[in-house]
Design a binder for this molecule. Structure first.
Ligand code: AMP
Ligand code: GLY
Length: 425
């Protein structure tokens, strides 16, 4: 089969490598891909959000199957355009992608269908939002309604901070039109768990759970980033909690989407917080997480292609989706300065990798045959091992064999999870 993957980061690299494990995968095209993905796929020029360019590429290269990975093209309706031209796709249509594209939609859905989440109010009038933060309990969480590259969430400890957050989003439009509506919600506490799932709209199959590390520096200090590393499975996510999530969150969510006439097909990502009152939804994403995918897919023992085709064809109930009992860790190597200003164009040296090691390239270009950095998060060093301590050690051993100038990584990826394992004993 000829497969087109839309996107160009570490997540897409992980998807592509996994798709290639199936003998039916003849060739993978990536639009736009990146300089590192080019070792595994034919990279096509263009932008991942350019719907007509992607439809034209699907036609030109006679794609048998298209995987749309990032949130922006999904929210814009890229799957609708491709399916309307007859291309089978993995990814939700626009009407379902709104579960990530609008936080107000997601919150209203949860309220209507009794899915546990933080208490909230949505506002499109700044004066009403300001009046609300003058009286609500603190800390309070202020969120821009639309997509804001994962940065549109502010946890405010004081009323002044909450007022400033409302003003900057609604009046200053620091996140553009995403801030025209804000959701103001109750501050929750507890460990966070990411659960990605495959769903064809009827059946839902959770993948191995994972834990992201969003802050830039060790000890969860520094600015929020797209993710500095991940581990899987997440030790806080016990079989009992998994069963509770299935009953109270996962199944109710896909049933709600179907009842709303927005059946969700693709990867539905549940960002959960395990609060003292039980698991609650912090956010939905309409796509694979990055860098969660880099630890979850290496644990998938079934063919990703087979599972994706089953999702697309509505046959997930009849398809085996098996995950290994092993553990995985991914350490992100970033360029000094990220998530602020950083330099580019530093030559990357990659080592030989063993069978349980993967290097997923996120921000790199090829210049005169040399791989050079082109982004803040440059790559992920990922490893699989029998248990979590071994996976962490192996991922760091791999990361330490990779070189580019001004590289940095967090040295404590997985430490919180190890502590949770210790506490369980
Ligand atoms: P989101 O983009 O909605 O996932 O939010 C980003 C991060 O902000 C989450 O991963 C949480 O760490 C934090 N967060 C979001 N909502 C809440 C909440 N209601 N209470 C506490 N922390 C939150
Ligand atoms: N790692 C968080 C996300 O992909 O949204």
């Amino acid at each position: 089969m000829k497969i087109l993957v839309v996107g160009g980061g570490g997540r897409e690299h992980a998807i592509i490598k996994k798709l290639k494990e199936d003998a039916r995968t003849e060739i993978v095209y990536a639009l736009p891909g990146n300089g590192g993905i080019a070792a595994d796929a034919v990279c096509l020029e263009g932008s991942a959000t350019d719907i007509s360019a992607v439809v034209a590429a699907a036609k030109r290269y006679a794609a048998d199957f298209v995987v749309v990975a990032p949130d922006d093209p999904l929210a814009l309706g890229m799957v609708d355009a491709l399916e309307d031209e007859g291309f089978p796709c993995f990814g939700p249509r626009k009407s379902a992608a709104v579960i990530e594209g609008s936080k107000a939609f997601a919150k209203d859905l949860m309220k209507k269908y009794g899915i546990p989440t933080a208490a909230y109010e949505a506002f499109s009038d700044p004066a009403a939002a300001l009046a609300y933060v003058d009286a609500c309990p603190l800390p309070v969480v202020v969120k821009a309604d639309g997509l804001a590259l994962g940065k549109g969430v502010l946890i405010c400890e004081t009323r002044d901070a909450a007022r400033e957050a409302v003003r900057s989003m609604m009046e200053g439009r620091v996140f553009g039109d995403s801030g025209a509506t804000v959701v103001i919600e109750e501050f929750l506490t507890g460990p966070e768990v990411s659960v990605l799932s495959f769903t064809d709209g009827e059946t839902i199959v959770p993948m191995a759970s994972s834990m992201d590390h969003k802050r830039a520096l060790d000890g969860d200090k520094g600015l929020n980033t797209g993710g500095m590393g991940t581990i899987a499975p997440n030790p806080y996510y016990t079989p009992e909690i998994a069963a509770e999530c299935m009953e109270k969150i996962f199944l109710p969510t896909i049933r709600a989407m179907k009842a709303e006439g927005r059946p969700f097909k693709g990867c539905l990502y549940f960002g959960l917080m395990l609060t003292p009152d039980g698991p609650k939804v912090i956010e939905y994403n309409c796509r694979f997480g990055d860098p969660e995918t880099q630890v979850v897919l290496p644990l998938l023992e079934s063919s990703l292609l087979e599972v994706m085709l089953a999702v697309s064809g509505g046959r997930l109930a009849e398809t085996e989706v098996k995950f290994s009992e092993k553990s995985a860790c991914c350490v992100v190597l970033a360029s000094k300065g990220y998530p602020g200003k950083y330099g580019k164009g530093f030559a990357i040296t990659l080592p030989e990798t063993g069978p349980d090691e993967r290097v997923y390239i996120a921000g790199a270009a090829r210049r005169d045959g040399q791989l050079v950095t082109s982004g803040g998060r440059v790559l992920g060093a990922a490893a699989v091992a029998d248990d979590l301590p071994a996976a962490i050690a192996r991922a760091y051993a791999l990361a330490d064999r990779i070189h580019f100038d001004h590289a940095f990584c967090r040295r404590d990826i997985g430490q919180r999870a190890l502590k949770a394992l210790e506490e369980k004993k």
